[in-house]
Design a protein around this ligand. Structure first.
Ligand code: C2E
Ligand code: CA
Ligand code: CA
Length: 533
């Protein structure tokens, strides 16, 4: 019994844990999801910015290359008037290029600004200009031009001459300025070797932000340059908070729904199945025995065991209120085993003394799903009660529900042990005679509804003889249930129904009262029963 109580408590704990989990899990899951969503968003955004920056740079360097190639092809390597005018036009017509130059043997020999004045070029690095394509130098400050900062783009014309264009780095990065201020993004345009060409933003100095996925590098396909976009942790957190608000409310909603659902389930479990278990552990169940009478001599030849729950607050509860819960939770299998033990305690001695007496008990559909039934019968009844004195009652409904023939198998095995089988509530279902003839029944119990109809005008009344004829054909003994009036009894006797059970004789009785009833009615005569009512 203690074991049963413990199992009940464990189930309660498990259910409570589930309820708590249902409350916690969705919000946490949604927070995590929203974090990854935010990082993903941030990454997409950085990709977009970097790509805009690269496109813009490609366009400007493309223009520069086209212009420089044109000059290299058409101009002489002399600072004559044609060359000078061409350089001036190039610088004048473009908003990007501050100056155009012609360089020969390491010195500027012609400039759009200064004309012929020869100046040595001062580069921070060793400029190796490729035979084809551009060389881009990082911004230099040219002292001679009021400290103007320029990116210098070179293009080779001959073995020792090249044309140059000075590009304003601010204009190169112009579209990036907007993102940098509005979205707190740092954008850096670099040469492939990492030398900075242009940059905007707050974190430009940070080598790397600590938050993962928050940095994107995109290389140009046309020039040896790349854009680096770095997001700000502040922006990321801000956006996460916004996402978390949306996802979080979804999570809360889900958990609220789950919570209510589980609570509902849990309460049902607590109030029904679990309390049945607790009640059994607490000794609140009792077995009552309803006498069964032989119609020929009126003797009590058996009893149906029926469960009663003595609820401390609600009084005696009938099986309708708790059997379903015990069946749903599968606890009915334990309950039946307990019932069998009680039957042994209450009846073993009486049955031994009276071999004509038998006890029946009701099975539920769950017994056919549990292979335990046979073992339980052997273990509990085996040493104490002769199998022939036990009858199991099964309803047609149960058999129809159990389509895969497990029931048939189980019933055959039970019967092979010598135990009897009764079909209970016969006529209340839809089963055909042909279907039922496959099962190894000994008794057929006619449903109370048919007995109630006896003596009335209802169509059902006439069905009792049909049922009895069918039972006779199948060689089944008949039992009429719920017999309440002498008129019903008389009619059933006429039809030669074998046994009767009902309030006309006795309600279900506690064990000691049944013992007394049996002692008085071992050979009770029918006439007396009729006159008694
Ligand atoms: P059942 O197997 O058809 O049991 C017969 C029911 O009819 C019993 O109700 C009994 O008290 C009632 N009854 C007997 N004679 C009369 C009568 O003359 N008039 C009226 N009005 N009723 C009568 P009970 O004990 O309330 O049981 C109801 C059902 O609960 C049973 O129907 C059975 O299906 C189920 N049940 C009871 N005990 C057990 C059990 O130990 N295991 C299982 N699996 N089911 C059980
Ligand atoms: Ca029954
Ligand atoms: Ca019945």
């Amino acid at each position: 019994m203690g074991e049963l109580g413990l199992r009940g408590r464990r189930r309660k704990t498990l259910l409570l844990a589930l309820v708590a989990l249902a409350g916690l899990l969705p919000p946490v899951a949604f927070l995590v999801i929203s974090w990854f969503q935010t990082v993903q968003d941030a990454n997409n955004r950085l990709q977009r910015y970097a790509s805009t920056a690269v496109d813009r740079a490609d366009e400007i360097f493309g223009t520069a290359e086209f212009t420089l190639a044109g000059m290299a092809q058409s101009l002489e390597i002399h600072c004559n008037n044609t060359t000078y005018q061409a350089l001036r036009r190039t610088a004048f017509e473009s908003i990007y290029f501050q100056e155009a130059t012609l360089i020969s043997n390491g010195a500027v020999i012609c400039s759009s600004r200064t004309g012929k004045a020869v100046q040595p070029i001062t580069y921070r690095e060793n400029t190796v200009v490729p035979d084809h394509g551009l060389h881009i130098s990082p911004p230099v400050t040219l002292a001679r031009e009021n400290n103007i900062v320029s990116i210098i783009i070179h293009y080779r014309a001959t073995a020792n001459a090249m044309f140059g264009l000075h590009l304003n780095p601010v204009l190169l990065g112009e579209p990036m300025r907007k993102y940098a201020t509005e979205d707190q993004v740092t954008l850096i345009l670099q040469r492939s070797d990492g030398a900075t060409l242009s940059q905007f933003g707050l974190n430009a100095d940070l080598p790397q932000t600590r938050i993962g996925g928050d940095r994107v590098i995109l290389k140009s396909k046309r020039y040896p340059i790349q854009a680096v976009a770095i997001g700000s942790p502040t922006w990321l957190l801000h956006n996460w908070r916004r996402n978390a608000l949306i996802f979080g409310s979804l999570g809360l909603l889900t958990s609220a729904l789950l919570f209510v659902l589980l609570l509902f389930v849990a309460r049902r479990q607590f109030s029904a199945a679990a309390s049945v278990q607790d009640a059994l552990a607490d000794g609140q169940f009792q077995v009552y025995y309803q006498p069964m009478i032989d119609t020929v001599n009126g003797a009590c030849i058996g009893a149906e065991s029926l469960l009663r729950w003595h609820h401390p607050q609600l009084g005696v509860l009938l099986p309708d209120t708790f059997i379903a819960a015990a069946e749903e939770s599968g606890f009915i299998v334990d309950l039946t085993k307990w019932l069998m033990r009680r039957i042994v305690t209450d009846m073993a001695a009486l049955l031994k003394e009276n071999p004509q007496l038998h006890i029946s008990l009701n099975l539920s559909p769950q017994h056919f799903e549990h292979p335990r039934l046979l073992a339980d019968i052997k273990a509990v009844f085996g040493p104490h009660i002769a199998p022939g004195q036990i009858t199991f009652e099964v309803t047609e409904h149960q058999l129809i529900m159990n389509e895969d023939n497990k029931a048939l198998e189980v019933l055959k095995n039970i019967r092979a042990m010598g135990t009897r089988i009764a079909i209970d509530d016969f006529g209340s279902g839809y089963s055909s005679l042909k279907y039922l003839s496959r099962f190894p029944f000994d008794y057929l119990k006619i449903d109370k509804a048919f007995i109630d109809a006896i003596g009335t005008e209802s169509v059902t009344a006439g069905l009792v003889d049909t049922i009895v004829r069918m039972a006779n054909q199948l060689k089944l003994k008949t039992v009429a249930e719920g017999v309440e009036t002498p008129a019903q009894l008389a009619y059933l006797r006429e039809l030669k129904v074998d046994y009767v059970q009902g309030w006309l004789f006795s309600k279900a009785l506690p064990a000691d009262q049944f013992h007394a009833f049996f002692a008085a009615n071992k050979s009770y005569m029918l006439g007396a029963a009729s006159s008694r009512s």
